[in-house]
Design a protein around this ligand. Sequence first.
Ligand code: ADP
Length: 615
Amino acid sequence: MPDQPDPATPPALRAVLQKFWGYDSLLPMQAAAMGCVLASRDSVVVLPTGGGKSLCFQAPALCLDGLAVVVSPLISLMKDQIDALQGCGVAAAGMHSMVTAAEGQRIAAAIRAGELRLLYLAPERLVQERTLAFLQGVKISLFAIDEAHCISAWGHDFRPEYRQLRRLKETFPGVAVHAYTATATARVRQDIAEQLGLVKPAILVGPVDRPNLVYKVRRRANRLSQIREVLDRHAGESGIVYCITRKDVDKTCLALSEAGYRVRPYHAGLADEERRRNQDDFIREKVEIIVATVAFGMGIDKSNVRYVIHAGMPKSLEHYQQESGRAGRDGLPAECCLFYSGQDFMTWKLMLTNMPAEAQAGALAALGAMHGFCAGVSCRHRALVEYFGEKHKGAACDACDVCLGELDLVAEPLIIAQKILSCVVRLQQRFGGEYTAMVLGGSTDQRIVKQKHDALSTWGILAKENKRAIRDWIEQLVEQGFLAKVGEFAVLQVTDTGRCLLKGELAPRLLQPAKNAPARAKVEVDSWEGVDRALFEALRQLRREIAQTRNVAAYIIFGDATLRDMVRRRPATMEEFLQVKGVGQQKRDDYGQQFLARIAGFCSGKPDAAAPASR
Ligand code: ADP
């Protein structure tokens, strides 16, 4: 939720925010981060995806004298921010390989004339002698380093070219440098400051939690129908489906398009041209769904991704946070659904064997934590936040499957758990979870019959229970330490605490998937309050038309949050249009007439709807 307008926000900054962005409040930590920029104090700012990092330097840059130089690792990221700035009426440009020589000269001339306010560059371009010499002849207001974790070898995305950025402080000692990143541990933050040679930097760390994301985790049963269930809940909305392998991407994409969904694949095995086209179709909203490996995402700033599905488990919570974090950048509710199986764990584990030995232990621990999260029975927001070393405030988040009560607690967990552990003992602790679940469920699979396990007293002892639920309980018992997976084949063994459970001294918590329909999170219900869906769709359609004519991403025209505010307010005049959150002067002039006409048309076609919806 945005902070209240901060009385300490300098009037000039407030005026800039209102004029160019149409914002009258700041998100958490933005005021402090902007304060550093205005005071020319070096800073390292850690804010989660969607936390509004770019505004932290863009808005103050317009209050300072001179040119703000922004370092960004990817052309797509630069283009996105430049398009967005230009859309708001801010003079911004980028120097990269897609810029022609003639354009480059025009940009240089604009810089010399003091007309350009923000210049975007890749790090390797910025540190070229030619560029540094050129910039030394210009008044520079600040340096902003985006994706700053790339400078640290401790981070998850180290880029050697970022290392050269230490030259900035050497060459421009009087100019403040500000580093921005979404994920940085204390060690990485320190490393960023040191590598850049920052002077007494302010280290600002925003909250890790993303309360607008609704996390749901399920054991994978019928992959396609589980995916379709989520897609159908979000018909017409943009979303990403992540798969672990390229083969899974192709298979899922084909199956979904045969079922009538508008999807595109994305993975490193596709030709560059096709990959780019598919990405553009998604960003411009020609298709709603992209099925991708993790190759997709870096450089995608699309703000209105309403859901991210993981059809397989990622290899760490760092990856999960980053990938699921691509949902709901606009602050509106979005769903993150993760479907996992023990097989995913084994797949990743096998891949880890190719890593150097010293890296393997850490990677395995990260994989274990990821799996623990999946099989976990406590609030997902809490689990994530605590993993990243923060305290979680509040008891129930009301925005995850556990807190929403989608997963029921089993009535007699001790009896069920004792049956499971007894079966593990009867199987002489020599079999994995899948096999044990089959024996408990009374399967007559030929392997079971051949080994005479159908003659065990524990065979079929849980035959009345749901087969997937039995498998889930085994994982939950592992997560709670009553069972352990041992060796290469993850054979189940009863632990010391497990023996206490067998004696009835300890009871576990077991969950089973609820039979009722998925609950709707409060954040989701609230965000649609007073919003007429039909009008919202009509305005979305107009946004899509304009985006196609102007050849930019749809969310560059207006974000979903702005469209919803527009639907609530139903402005009838240009003056009222400017009141909509996210409408600055430039956008009022560019799109006001078209949107007002569409709203008026809608209201006259539906006389009942003419009055503003109650707020
Ligand atoms: P980040 O780079 O931290 O992931 P962005 O800079 O892309 O975040 O901003 C995320 C979204 O939040 C964008 O849609 C942006 O327009 C919006 N936003 C940023 N600051 C504000 C604000 N003060 N009020 C309302 N919306 C904001």
